[in-house]
Design a binder for this molecule. Structure first.
Ligand code: NAD
Ligand code: MG
Length: 372
């Protein structure tokens, strides 16, 4: 049974979803123009003092609007603008946030607002988790990836020179406000990267949603507000359902890594930043589907559906030729992390996950068939 019951359309014509985590439950508001809705912003962002953390790309687009509405509502607003880029998701940027909060005498009631993509969301969330042992945190995600993925699940953190996302905390926001209109300014490549995680949610957990994405991929690429709002809502619902059952990543949450075992090898093999994460995941899903068919878990036609949808979303469906030895070496990095054999998240059938190991000759065949 699908859990759509908690989704409602309210009078302002946006969707409100409740992420059900007991005391840590929070609403996700989704729709076009939410950043123009002063009352909605004021309702979801509590406290007298608010610190908005954003970056040099997003600030000129949306900061004045958000800060203006909050000031008009009587809030004391501090603006913290960080340099843009994954390479700045580090302790130096985190320290800039702490510096600003302390210089402005922000107390434990100050609400931190993350205005930006997943980098700003992760870093601001960790700042909120750690500043004075925890202050309220609200996410305003402005990339499709952050609206469908990183703003749900409570993972926050920064990178360390020796590893991505190695320093962090589980910390839930008080609210998430996803304005689909902010996606109008997003580069096409970033939009497609976000679609990879949308496709993932359908492929792994909801066959009917996968059908819907196939039928609506053009509308999504055209940034039609209703299509975007539905995809964001359904993806947040699917992810929050998994997170609700496995908040601290005990097991089930692993299914969200569909496409990521191959994808991480691509990102790592090419050097981080060459392909966007979503691009590597898109291609990784095709590879995982190919492997599923080789193991007899899905029909060959299902592999073609995944490949066609990944292509239609503007994502690469053929992996770079890293060489078989290098591929296996890269995938064994993941294996070491797991402390055993390589565990693949596969499909059985399309719309359901199956976590399994695979014989080396099957892996070799998939690598040969899917890269070049
Ligand atoms: P990002 O935050 O780097 O944003 C991508 C680019 O788009 C940046 O240059 C950004 O400034 C720009 N941008 C953001 N919003 C814009 C807008 N509306 N218009 C124009 N440009 C805009 O990348 P991302 O893909 O959003 O997030 C990736 C990060 O998220 C990674 O650090 C990853 O580790 C993290 N992540 C976290 C989780 C989680 O569960 N916490 C899940 C997935 C990814
Ligand atoms: Mg991902």
């Amino acid at each position: 049974a699908r859990r759509l019951a908690r989704t409602s359309m309210n009078e302002q014509d946006h969707i409100t979803l409740n992420v059900d985590l007991g005391e840590r439950s929070y609403p996700i508001a989704i729709g076009p123009g939410l950043l123009d809705d002063a009352a909605l912003l004021a309702r979801h962002i509590g406290g007298n003092k608010v610190a908005i953390v954003t970056n040099t790309t997003v600030a000129p687009l949306y900061l004045a609007k958000v800060a203006g509405h909050l000031r008009a509502a009587g809030r004391d607003v501090l603006e913290i603008v960080l340099p843009d880029g994954e390479e700045h998701k580090n302790w130096q940027s985190l320290n800039l946030v702490y510096d600003a909060l302390l210089q402005h005498k922000c107390d434990r009631k100050t609400t931190l607002v993350a205005l930006g993509g997943g980098v700003i969301g992760d870093l601001t969330g960790f700042a909120a988790a750690s500043y004075m042992r925890g202050v309220p945190f609200v996410q305003i995600p402005t990339t499709l990836l952050s609206q469908v993925d990183s703003s749900v699940g409570g993972k926050t953190g920064i990178n360390h020179p020796l590893g991505k996302n190695m320093i962090g905390a589980f910390y839930q926001p008080r609210a998430v406000i996803a304005d689909t209109a902010t996606l109008d300014t997003l580069p096409a490549r970033e939009l497609s990267a976000g679609l990879a995680e949308v496709i993932k949610h359908g492929a792994i957990l909801d066959a009917a949603y996968f059908d819907w994405i196939e039928a609506n991929v053009e509308a999504l690429l055209a940034r039609e507000p209703q299509a975007l709002a539905y995809a964001i809502a359904r993806s947040c619902e699917i992810k929050s359902d998994v997170v609700r059952k496995d908040e601290r990543e005990g097991g089930l949450r692993a299914v969200l890594n569909f496409g990521h075992t191959f994808g991480h090898a691509i990102e790592n093999g090419l050097g981080y930043g060459e392909w966007l994460h979503g691009e590597a995941v898109g291609c990784g899903m095709v590879m995982a589907a190919d492997m599923s068919a080789r193991l007899g878990l899905i029909e060959p036609a299902a592999v073609e559906r995944v490949r066609a949808l990944v292509r239609a979303a503007g994502l690469p469906a053929v992996a770079p030729d890293l060489g078989e030895a290098r591929w296996i070496e890269l995938m064994e990095v993941d294996k070491k992390n797991e402390g055993g054999e390589i565990r693949f998240i596969l499909l059985k059938p399309l719309g359901s996950p199956s976590i399994t190991t695979a014989p080396l000759d099957i892996l070799r065949s998939t690598l040969a068939a899917c890269s070049g």
